[in-house]
Design a protein around this ligand. Sequence first.
Ligand code: UD1
Length: 419
Amino acid sequence: MDKLVINGGSELKGSIRVSGAKNAALPILSAVILADGKFKISEAPELVDIATMLKLLAELGISSKRDGKTVTLNSKFDPEKIEAPYDLVKTMRASVLTLGPLLARKGKARVSLPGGCAIGERPVDLHLKALEAMGAEIKVEHGYVEAVCKRLKGAEITFDIVTVTGTENIMMAATLADGETVLRNAAQEPEVVDLARFLKKMGADIQGEGTKEIRIKGMKSLTNADYIVMPDRIEAGTFLCCVAAAGGDVEVTNVPVQEMRATLDKLIEAGLEINKLNDTTLRVKRTKPLSATDITTLPYPGFPTDMQAQFMAVMVCADGVSVATETIFENRFMHVAELKRMGADIMLKDKSCIIKGVKSLMGAPVMASDLRASASLVIAALMAEGETEVSRLYHLDRGYEKFVDKLSGIGANLKRVKE
Ligand code: UD1
């Protein structure tokens, strides 16, 4: 197992490019199940999660080849290949995104039930309920969701909670259903919109993506298509937090500026200087100490839960007291104990953390608990005095492409070593 060794105190300078969005690429790759033929997906980030999705697609009869940032897939209908096995699903919950497309295309699916994870229980009951409303018969047996249907039927579905992968799963299923499906209280996340754009390139009839009500008219079949995945707003936000913590002057390119308003507004409120050079390029500078800023995580367009840990790391050394409230996941404060080991003053109370800014942090050995928590520990390490070791690096590898190379490229002092 690898760990990261980081020496804090270096200012960041230069230019850094954001990769394609993991959370857009995963559903887009899964949508390939819906049609036959050759697909060219560009800006598919080289990440462990994407490799897992490609392995899963191989189990489902879809071969793929990577050439740099582009993945070429060959989708061939095989009605018998319908199983997403436990050993893949257990490493990536997003495997459940194959359920909707499998049912819509093959009329059967056997998908391992994802377990809980470090940030919460994360059930998939809303995905199953919606598919049942579309006519699927679903049993959960031996840890697997076993689903069958003739042709799915269009239905009116109101999600009890806003669910991102739930919206994506049902939107994909509805593209091949008989009749119209209306999704209410749908997720408005940019990644849902990116998936809808791809599905439309495949011939789907979708309206209202990016709003709370999405309407999908089912088609008899869809066709293959090529697509360029949108840039990753969470990776971009993480880089901005790195500069906010370490200081410096950095140009960030390939930024989905329009889709990250909430994160940008909070960093600007905290005192970070962010200038838009063009539609996808930001110049970010820290010219003064940052001030305490409160955040509350919410579904899009609110502040993303996937940025909570990184923003909190920045607030640890800001002037004053800030409050970070998590409303999406019940257990997403695992980074707090580790930040405290580095000298942070944080009190956890129910769904909120009260963060009293301290003058400085000290490097320490710390352990990553999940993907975004890992990023927050790296951010804290960039401003700490001395050396920090972040272990359990596999979490970072799931979601940040070439993280060490990219940050070293703008002057951060970090290296990957064997534990
Ligand atoms: C997606 C993102 C993840 C992000 C999250 C919230 C992907 C691959 N992952 O995860 O990075 O943190 O959105 O923005 O895109 N819930 C239920 N029942 C369900 C489904 C969800 O109770 O059937 C609950 C969850 O436990 C959670 C909330 O709804 O409390 C939101 O979860 P959801 O939006 O579904 O998260 P994911 O799609 O898993």
